[in-house]
Every structure is written in C-alpha cells, then in structure tokens.
Design a protein around this ligand. Structure first.
Ligand SMILES: Nc1ncnc2c1ncn2[C@@H]1O[C@H](COP(=O)(O)OP(=O)(O)OP(=O)(O)O)[C@@H](O)[C@H]1O
Length: 313
C-alpha cells in the first residue's frame, strides 16, 4: 500500500508535484498516467526516498521508505533502467544487490530465469539493448520478492513478447495481493493491464478511479454505420446534438444518437444499412479528454507543419 498525503515537490520555482493525495491499494494493478513532465517520475522517486518532498509525505506499507529495515522486501522499484554498473555483468549486479540485503543466490538465479536473462546474465550490462536493460531493472525490482512494486515505464523498449510478459507478471503479482504501481504512455497496454488509474497533469491529480469508470466517463459514444446511401442517411440523421463524420467511402460515424435510434430512422426511410457498430470509447480517448488542458509540451500537427522533412536531404 502506498499512501501520499499533500505530497509536493518544487525544483527551484518549478512545481513538479503540486500537493497530491492518493493511495495505491494492494491486490490490483494501479496505472499512473499523465503527459510528459506531469510529475509521474518525481512522485515515484519521492515514494522510494530518492527525492525529498518539499511538503507533504508518502508512506509505503505503513512507513516512509527510508524507515524500512528490509527495503527490498518491502518495495521493488524500476525507475531508471540505466542505473547499473555498465562494466558489471547482470548476474554480478544482482548478486551485489542480493549480498547487501541478505538475499540468497538462489533468488538471484530465480529472477534471472523469470526475466528471461539467463542467456545474457554473464555479459556486461553496459552492452545491453534497451529491452534487456529493462528486463534487468525488473529483475532487480523483483529480487526481494517485495510487497509493493513500482515500475516507471516498464515496457519501454520491450519486444511484444516482453510487453506481454510484463502484463502477465504484474497481474499475477497483484493477484497474489501485492501492490503494483506502474506508469506507461502506452494506452492500449495500460487498458489491458491496469484495474485502477491515477491520472496526473501539471503536478495535480485529475482522475483517480477504476479504469472502467474512466472509460465510461467519456460522455459521447459513437456508432459506425456502413451503407451505400451514407449521404442520404447523413441528411436524415443531422440535427441538434448529433455529430457526423465520414472519413471513408460508405462509412459514417455518428455521435449523439444510439444504434437503436439510427436503425429506426434508417428503417423508416428505407435506407439499407449493412453495418451498425457501437464503438466503445477507448482509454486513449478518455485520456485525451481528461488531459487536453494539462499538456505542457504540445506537438504540432503534421498538417500545419507541412509534414515530416523529406529524407535524405
Ligand atoms: N531534477 C530536476 N530538476 C529540475 N526540474 C526537474 C527535475 N526533475 C524533474 N523536473 C521537472 O519536473 C516536472 C515533472 O517531471 P517528471 O519527470 O516527474 O515528469 P513525468 O510525468 O515523469 O514526465 P515523462 O512522462 O516525460 O517521464 C517537469 O517539468 C520536469 O522538467
């Protein structure tokens, strides 16, 4: 269990975290989402005592991280996968960690197996690919079989098999009653992994709810229609509160009317429809809705910038 109370961090005049109160509960996967610079890493770093709060407090499993006598058994964290001795092998890196925390060599071998590092364990970590580095960081986080796991962008750089593995691993650990807190920018992945979400923007919590409620909170559901008479149908459906979008031939996306209403109008007007699909709002849409005013670093659309620079110049 992680409990933050009015937790705040300023770097000089820059407010990175603006006094957040939340709890991350055991037995479920809690996702931590937010735009670049929103304060996710800073919050995670404060949880494990790597950054000192400017105000407020955070406790893990009942006490501040630094007050635990067996920290690796309490909290496993992956915060910066590059934070290893580059000249040490993965095996020796984990062995050194284990030795200073009374963890057996058997457990070192176990986490190496679990994370798929067996073949490269004796190689220098400095030569690892991004994905291998991530696996080593996850191995280190799991070393003490901790009650609470904090993973900052754990799937960054992992191949599809690795992404699936992390998803299954964190779900399994949550199922064992552990507390799992992870950040990711991959919405589809988060949607499949997390039970609960905390969304942060400009250092403030903007949502803290079960993921299904966050997706359901996206107000307008859309329906996709396919028909050879889309323009006729569009005229029939148009009205106040209805929005219509036709991006493909014979296809119309409608919001403001449900599938039943659309079917009724089509039938009454003898318009033949060959597809009528309610489109569930995605986490990505809900996320964009929630964070649209909170993005610090905006990208420019390709349409405005004239597209990407041509290659080879
Ligand atoms: N050591 C530091 N010194 C000064 N400012 C910092 C420092 N670390 C973070 N910040 C600033 O604090 C804010 C929050 O940063 P943080 O890294 O926590 O965001 P984040 O949500 O993890 O972003 P990202 O998704 O890009 O990793 C940003 O504006 C960042 O520039």
């Amino acid at each position: 269990m992680i409990e933050a109370t009015n937790l705040a961090k300023k770097y000089g005049e820059k407010v990175a975290v603006a006094g957040v109160t939340f709890s991350v509960k055991p037995g479920q996967v809690t996702g931590f989402l937010g735009p670049n610079g929103a304060g996710k890493s800073t919050t995670m770093r404060m949880i494990v005592g790597l950054d000192r709060p400017t105000a407020g407090s955070v406790i893990v499993n009942g006490r501040p991280y630094a007050e635990h006598r067996d920290p690796l058994h309490q909290v496993g964290a992956l915060l910066d996968a590059k934070a290893v001795h580059t000249s040490r092998s993965a095996y020796n890196h984990l062995l050194a960690m284990a030795a200073t925390h009374s963890i057996s060599t058997t457990r070192v071998n176990e986490v190496i197996e679990m994370t798929g590092l067996a073949e490269v364990a004796k190689k220098k970590a400095g030569g690892f690919s991004l994905g291998m580095g991530q696996r080593l960081g996850i191995a280190a986080a799991l070393l003490g079989d901790p009650q609470t796991l904090i993973l900052d962008e754990p799937v960054n750089g992992l191949d599809p098999e690795g992404v699936l593995w992390v998803r299954n691993l964190v779900k399994y650990l949550a199922g064992q009653g552990k507390t799992v807190f992870l950040s990711s920018h991959l919405m589809s992945e988060m949607a499949q992994t997390a039970d609960h979400l905390i969304v942060i923007g400009r250092g403030r919590i903007i949502a803290d709810a079960p993921i299904k409620d966050i997706i359901a909170g996206k107000q307008q559901t859309r329906t996709r229609i396919r028909s050879q008479q889309v323009s006729e149908l569009a005229d029939l459906l148009a009205g106040e509160g209805v929005s219509l979008n036709s991006s493909e031939n014979e296809t119309l996306e409608v919001s403001g009317l449900d599938a039943h209403q659309i079917a009724r109008i089509a039938l009454d007007n003898r318009v033949l429809i060959y597809e009528l699909t309610p489109l569930n709002a995605s986490l990505e849409e809900a996320y964009f809705d929630l964070t649209k005013d909170e993005v610090e670093f905006h990208s420019h659309s390709l349409a405005n910038s004239g597209g990407p620079a041509p290659e080879g110049n």
